[in-house]
Design a protein around this ligand. Structure first.
Ligand code: DOR
Ligand code: ZN
Length: 418
């Protein structure tokens, strides 16, 4: 069924909320408001009526930072389980990091990913290719061949780009229609630390300062991954004021939590970068409000559930796709620290602009849609996840604002009666 009449909801488009109906015909947005209602009243072909009362209807969310683990680490996540989790979180497009086995560092590996995606993905999956061969930080990937094959982003996420290669990488990528994403973690400064006490903010912002200097010399397009501290937000503000081609992201967990929220089992709170202070969190929130930080990206980093109670050996990374919107809505919108439009813009318009996707609902665009029921409360527990990753800092919390319907090209990919 690709014909839908989503009625009595609030439609988010052009960064505004309208109380209006939405009609989708053959997988495309056909009309809004009274026009949608009158066309629906006169149709003689099947259309699914869906009450969106109390719901937001938005362009499907876009996540520029997701780990799906396939190929190579299918016990942690597969393209099927990870994209089901994405659909359940309201995401219709995910950009996937190349720290797989083998890593995505060639046109052949790209073709393999595309084949797997075609077989099992339930949402749109876009590749992020590695910056260096096998992500080993020695030999550059063939950026030209991969961009010709459709890749837009390059990252060794999980491993930072070393200084020896930085200028060569940026010079090559600046000549292409592509963007560098760097994992900001100086491993010497971070050492073997597991939380904020041992992983200082310097390990992030000194590397960001280094990268931004290289951007100003090469004019390479650059996206700063998972910012966690106030110094990084200030550096991005400065770079943008100078007109550098820079964008930045923050995760839902860095926006909603600080190290004071860490409790047992600590493995649920162990991620890179670590959770930081109240003032760091406030700077990230302000960054979203002001637009200095462009997007919210989940850094969905599933590791299966086998390690969830074992603090010391817990791997870095938390499951993120399914709880992203409810966590932000409950902890920031309901407390009036951010508006719902700030959140929706950071999940739709802004990532779409960076990725070159269509930014907003409009007549004629493909119906990638998420419907979110705002007054619906749900307890986060291990059993609810479609993802194989259940390390979540929100386990045991009741959150509001859950997706109840996700459409990709007008086809239902997630639906839930809540
Ligand atoms: O916590 C993290 N986990 N941060 C990263 O940057 C990588 C990720 C992973 O791949 O598990
Ligand atoms: Zn990373």
């Amino acid at each position: 069924m690709k014909n839908w009449f989503l009625h009595d909801g609030q439609v988010y488009r052009e960064n505004q909320l309208f109380n209006e109906d939405l009609l989708i015909i053959e997988g495309k947005v056909a009309a809004f408001g009274t026009q949608a209602r009158s066309i629906r009243a006169n149709t003689n072909y099947p259309v699914r009526d869906f009450s969106a009362e109390g719901c937001i209807i938005s362009r499907g969310f876009i996540d520029l930072h997701v780990h799906l683990r396939e190929p190579g680490y299918e016990t942690k996540e597969t393209i099927k389980t990870g994209t089901k989790a994405a659909a359940a979180g309201g995401f219709t497009s995910v950009f996937v990091m190349p720290n797989t086995l083998p890593p995505l560092d060639s046109v052949e590996a790209l073709a393999d990913l595309q084949k797997r995606v075609q077989q099992s993905a339930v949402v749109k999956v876009f590749p992020i290719a590695a910056l260096t061969m096998k992500r080993r930080g020695t030999h550059l990937v063939d950026y030209s061949a991969l961009t010709k094959a459709g890749v837009k982003f390059f990252s060794d996420d999980g491993e930072p780009l070393n200084s020896d290669l930085l200028y060569d990488v940026m010079e090559e990528i600046s000549a292409l229609d592509a963007i560098v994403i760097n994992h900001l973690e100086d491993k010497d400064l971070a050492g073997t630390g597991r939380f904020h006490q041992d992983i200082p903010a310097e390990s992030e912002y000194l590397m960001l300062a280094r990268d931004l200097k290289a951007v100003s010399r090469t004019n390479c397009s650059y996206h700063a991954a998972h910012l966690s501290c106030e110094q990084s937000v200030a550096l991005i503000a400065e770079a943008k004021a100078k007109g550098l081609p820079v964008t930045a992201e923050v995760t839902p967990h860095h926006l909603t939590l600080t190290y004071d929220n860490i409790k047992e089992p600590k493995g649920h709170f162990q991620m890179k970068p670590p959770l930081r202070s109240t003032s760091d969190q406030a700077a990230c929130i302000e960054g979203i409000k002001s637009g200095i930080i462009d997007i919210i990206a989940t850094d969905h980093a599933p590791h299966g559930d086998e390690k969830r109670h074992n603090d010391l050996s817990a791997p870095f990374g938390v499951t993120g796709l399914e709880t992203a919107f409810p966590a932000l809505y409950t902890k920031l919108v309901l407390t009036e620290r951010l508006s719902i439009k700030d959140i929706l813009r950071s999940f739709t318009v802004n990532p779409a602009k960076i990725a070159g996707e269509h930014p907003s609902l409009a007549v004629g665009v493909t119906a990638d849609i998420t419907v979110i029921k705002l007054d619906c409360n749900r307890l986060v527990n291990y059993e609810m996840f479609y993802s194989k990753g259940t390390n979540s800092p929100y386990i045991g919390e009741t959150l509001s604002g859950w997706p109840i319907l996700t459409l990709v090209d007008g086809e239902e990919r997630y639906g839930c009666q809540l």
